[in-house]
Design a protein around this ligand. Structure first.
Ligand SMILES: Nc1ncnc2c1ncn2[C@@H]1O[C@H](COP(=O)(O)OP(=O)(O)OP(=O)(O)O)[C@@H](O)[C@H]1O
Length: 299
């Protein structure tokens, strides 16, 4: 059984209005340690507004943003556009930012070279950021966001305008941060980023959350396992199995179980172990969300 991730942040019925114009309304969701959440929606649907509210850069008109930890959460932010005209080397820029954030010189002297090497910027570390390519500047953007080892990383369109190689490198870096427990909240228009990084996605439409779903389950579809199994405790046993999303007894001893594909082998082994005999295993695809996402990404 997997350990429950800790909840870090919760938005409760958040709304934002500019003068008389309501941009988002009654937005509620939670962010967990190590979870990645994609906020999707057409241009102007309010994605950046929600990110700014999470970051404390904009105040919600109504509703609450709760930080659910005793000590203050550390949040890193990568804006959509990283400033172009910076006449600092990456080293200098990160050092000054770190000092503004109150980080010690000792920490920064260790952390900055480690980040420069992790993001493969050693060969350009003595150039002004002003002279770096867009992809390299975006890497410096991520480095400044994770300099203080945040609990939550907020990324607004992190891959926009980057070539495929740089995109793949950044996706790997984001995945490795996620693996280390950092929660990731991002907006994007790339299916590859969405598929590889997001655990969960919300879709904004008409100012509200129109859809809220777990990505692996919805985009990869489900496996449907039908089995013959007579056990009075079947319901209790299935309730605790990882990856099982629904189950129903079709007759007294025939069960239909819906499971996330990556957990289906383990479930079949478990069912056999419990004395069930497998009748059929089929894939159930639901392209409802894929359609919706394509619609958004094509606008
Ligand atoms: N400071 C502001 N004052 C007035 N209106 C604003 C302000 N900031 C954003 N808006 C409006 O709020 C709406 C949502 O903007 P937001 O930037 O959150 O959308 P978005 O989904 O991030 O869009 P995009 O995909 O184009 O980046 C837009 O209609 C925008 O014009």
């Amino acid at each position: 059984m997997r350990e429950m991730a800790k909840m870090l942040l919760q938005l409760e019925n958040v709304s934002k209005r500019y003068l008389r114009h309501t941009v988002v309304q009654d937005i509620s969701f939670s962010i967990f340690e190590g979870q990645s959440l994609a906020i999707l929606g057409k241009n102007g649907s309010g994605k950046s507004t929600i990110l700014k509210i999470i970051l404390g850069l904009s105040k919600a008109t109504n509703g609450l943003v709760r930080q659910l930890r005793g000590d203050k959460l550390k949040i890193g932010y990568i804006p959509e556009q990283f400033p172009k005209n910076l006449r600092f080397t990456p080293d200098e820029y990160l050092y000054h930012l770190g000092k503004i954030q109150g980080l010690s010189s000792y920490y920064l002297q260790k952390r900055i070279p480690q980040l420069i090497s992790q993001f493969q910027l050693d060969t350009v570390k003595n150039l002004w950021i002003h002279h770096l390519s867009k992809g390299m500047r975006q890497k410096v953007g991520i480095m400044q966001a994770i300099l203080h080892e945040p609990d939550i990383l907020v990324l607004d369109e992190p891959l926009s305008g980057l070539d495929m190689t740089t995109q793949q490198h950044l996706i790997e870096q984001i995945l490795s941060l996620k693996k280390s427990g950092v929660a990731i909240i991002f907006t994007c228009h790339e299916m590859d980023l969405l598929r590889k990084v997001a655990d969960r996605a919300i879709i904004l439409e008409d100012k509200k959350i129109k859809e809220d779903f777990m990505l692996q389950e919805e985009i990869d579809g489900y496996m449907i396992i039908e089995c013959r199994w007579h056990d009075s405790k079947a319901c209790d046993l299935l309730r605790d199995v990882d990856g099982v999303t629904e189950y129903i007894s079709l007759t007294e001893d025939v069960w239909r179980i819906q499971v996330v594909p990556s957990y289906s082998d383990r479930l079949i082994a478990q069912l056999l172990c419990w004395g069930a005999s497998i009748c059929s295993v089929t894939k159930h695809e639901d392209d409802h969300y894929e359609h919706k996402i394509n619609e958004i990404f094509q606008t």
